[in-house]
Design a binder for this molecule. Structure first.
Ligand code: ATP
Ligand code: FE
Length: 365
């Protein structure tokens, strides 16, 4: 079995060809990050144009690198939700053209399911396992009991950790920092925090007294904004200029995000073990999504898993952020389990074309 995966849900145009052994036969990625950093956030119409400009090149590059002909593909898998409707529409429309041209089954993919299952391409992790998905748009704790079988334990009540880190980085004008050129907000904060003193500002860990497994980051961002305002006033620095203590603030915010994630995950582990929802021996915590690239956060989670006799597994950073490989692999998993494969996508093609950019969730079973 060989699957072509296509990802366009946000600001990365990704494609990959993966086989059932998890071998990446070919892959290509076009990141729009540099352009969106300049505009201070993603403008959906701009992202849509960039996906349109790049999708043919990216898909052809992945197929060419794989050395196989599109006729040899077993199926085409594409992210259909969640994400920016305009961007999802580009990938979906392109995929359905390929589906029709080469008469292939179509596999609609849920982007977060793909983030959660990427790890199985690299390690033989058995179901059920605990997953923490931390990215630009989500913060989810769940038990993965099978392909497409998730039991939700907790989620963010407001914004996602990647979004918080991106907004703090923007408020600190890290785009103008000589050491952070071309980095996402999260990467810039991780980089600067290496040489920062987190103790210069004390930030409260969110929700530490809540007896559930949910998350919250908006209050933390407010706290950080107040600290920044105070430091600007002290130093007579105006908004938009770099503060001399950016590294210290980066270290403090990264530390607090890490502790919040670790505390909520620890609660989930206790609960799951007590209720027998995950194995008592050799249980795994899988952490994925862009924020899982962060080494400080991984280390905090490692402390929690170590204490609970669990194994922490994170895909390498390039597979934690958005990519085509995770979509292709999710396609392989769905082909193997026989769930969610559309063998005749013709009807779906017409339906989804009519609703491109709007609700295409009817394609997902
Ligand atoms: P979602 O997966 O929720 O739809 P997304 O696809 O936009 O959102 P990802 O590509 O999975 O998100 O991750 C991007 C996010 O990861 C950004 O917010 C970015 O700042 C963050 N990120 C990337 N690298 C790091 C890092 N080293 N430390 C912390 N955050 C990081
Ligand atoms: Fe993502």
């Amino acid at each position: 079995r060989i699957v072509l995966g296509i990802e366009t849900s946000c600001d990365d145009t990704g494609a990959a060809v993966v086989d059932e052994n998890g071998t990446i036969l070919g892959e290509a990625l076009h990141c729009q990050k540099d352009i969106h950093l300049k505009t201070g956030g993603i403008i959906p119409t701009v992202a849509q144009h960039l996906h349109r400009d790049n999708i043919t090149k990216v898909v052809n590059k992945a197929i060419h690198a794989s050395g196989i002909s599109p006729y040899e593909l077993s199926a085409i898998a594409t992210t259909v939700k969640p994400g920016l409707g305009l961007c999802l529409g580009v990938g979906l429309s392109y995929s359905l053209d390929l589906v029709n041209k080469y008469h292939k089954p179509f596999i609609p993919i849920h982007h977060m399911e793909a983030h959660a299952l990427t790890v199985r391409l690299l390690h033989p992790v058995e179901f059920p396992f605990l997953v923490l998905l931390i990215s630009g748009g989500h913060c989810i704790l769940a038990i993965v009991s099978g392909v497409s079988e998730f039991v939700m334990l907790g989620h963010s009540l407001d914004e996602a950790p990647g979004d918080t880190l991106d907004k703090v980085a923007r408020r600190l004008s890290l785009i103008n920092h000589p050491q952070c050129s071309g980095m996402s907000g999260g990467e810039a904060i991780e980089h600067l925090a290496l040489h920062g003193n987190r103790k210069i500002c004390k930030l409260k860990i969110p929700m530490s007294h809540h007896r559930d497994c949910n998350f919250s980051f908006a209050g933390l961002r407010n706290q950080v904004n107040k600290v920044i305002e105070q430091k600007e006033a002290e130093k007579g620095i105006s908004k938009g200029q770099l503060l001399p203590c950016v590294a210290d603030i980066a270290a403090a915010v990264q530390h607090t995000v890490a502790l919040h994630l670790a505390q909520r995950t620890q609660r989930a582990i206790y609960y799951c073990k007590r209720e027998g929802l995950i194995p008592t021996e050799r249980a795994c915590l899988v952490v994925s999504g862009g924020v899982a690239s962060n080494r400080y956060i991984r280390k905090a989670l490692q402390t929690v898993t170590h204490e609970s006799d669990m194994t922490l597994l994170c895909p390498p950073p390039r597979l934690c952020t958005d990519n085509g490989v995770m979509i292709a692999w999710n396609g392989i998993e769905k082909l193997q389990s026989g769930v969610g494969v559309l063998h005749n996508a013709d009807g779906a093609c017409y339906e989804s074309r009519a609703s491109l950019g709007r609700d295409i969730s009817e394609l997902v079973r």
